[in-house]
Design a protein around this ligand. Sequence first.
Ligand code: NIG
Ligand code: FE
Length: 409
Amino acid sequence: MPVLRNIGDLASCRAEGGQAEIHAISNAALAWRDGVVCWLGPEDTLPFQYTADESFDADGRLVVPGLVDCHTHLAFAGWRAGEFEQRILGRSYLEIAEAGGGILSTVRATRTASQEDLYKRSRLFLDEMLALGVTTVECKSGYGLSLEEELKQLAVYRKLAEAGPVRIVPTLLAAHVVPPEYREDRGGYVDLVVGEIIPQTAWAGLARCCDVFLEESAFSYDESRRVLEAGNAAGLLGKLHADQLTDGGGARLAAEVGAVSADHLECISDEGIQAVAEAGVVAVSLPIATLYLNQDPMPARRLIDAGAAVAVATDFNPGSAPSYHLPFAMTLACNLQRMTPAEVLKGATLYAARAVGLEDRIGSLEPGKAADFAVIDAPDVDHWLYHLQPNACVATFIGGEITSGSLPA
Ligand code: NIG
Ligand code: FE
């Protein structure tokens, strides 16, 4: 069975302890069989039965669980660089949206794109994410906003999942904004989402999670509750874009409906912090969006101190977060959110896996879990996230197979 030897620091990121406890082992080795981890520990205690087979040399580098990007809007057409300039000149994200730009401009572009075009673009993004050490990507719909167009986006994700090697977690976000054809009939659109889009998506097995954008410019508290309850009834895990631009009670709603995550939370209230911490809802921070929208950051320290798990993801999309660079988001989380590098690593691995309901299979390195890991050219996690580089990842393994980069034997 294959073994990775000569690991300088192996951050296993198993669950025990708090956000800062990443359970690093120095001078370590890692062994796996049939794509699943079977042993890890100090190399000088490697049992004899693991020493015979194929071996890789990490050359004293850092090894971390494969990164999990638990919040992206991966498949979209077009870009919105013009809005970037407008925001720098002082126009807000909401003003741009009200004038017909924002999410709706990407909806127009994505509706006219073919499934094949969306697939090709997403494939290129995924290959680059893989090279950065990302092994699982949550991918939202939400630029279709009709039954047919939402299913088109989700079909792209199914094809990407089948093609591998990156693991894909598809999420239905039909309740992203109200589409223009329903502007005078918001209730009619919520009826369509609840009565048709959610059940048909679940029936076709095209999504694992159901997300909603609770915001003044998108869906109200009561509309969001209807959507999430319909998602629950269809067996989808709940997620929310919550308290991003205003405090809409999204964190509280996430707790009430048993959502797996509440994402953004830049404007979360004290009550919301208590609610997600007590309910075990993962608070997903999206610091690239915080930076691009020039906001005050999510109060990560207060969330962690209240006992909440804080994940870190990119929010990759053409508006608020035009980057799929998860290590960049991780460095931003340190600087903007005052999280330590160790806390951020747990947030981009184990807690990110929890935010998509896959904590039992991925997100940490321990016997019985997938052999998904990244070999990072840094001595430890502090050094990795401090020294921002284009790409510090030298090799990415998924299910025990080397899928990007290279390592000597
Ligand atoms: O997570 N907040 C809503 N949705 C995305 C933005 C999508 C877009 O601007 O196209 C977000 O920030
Ligand atoms: Fe988002």
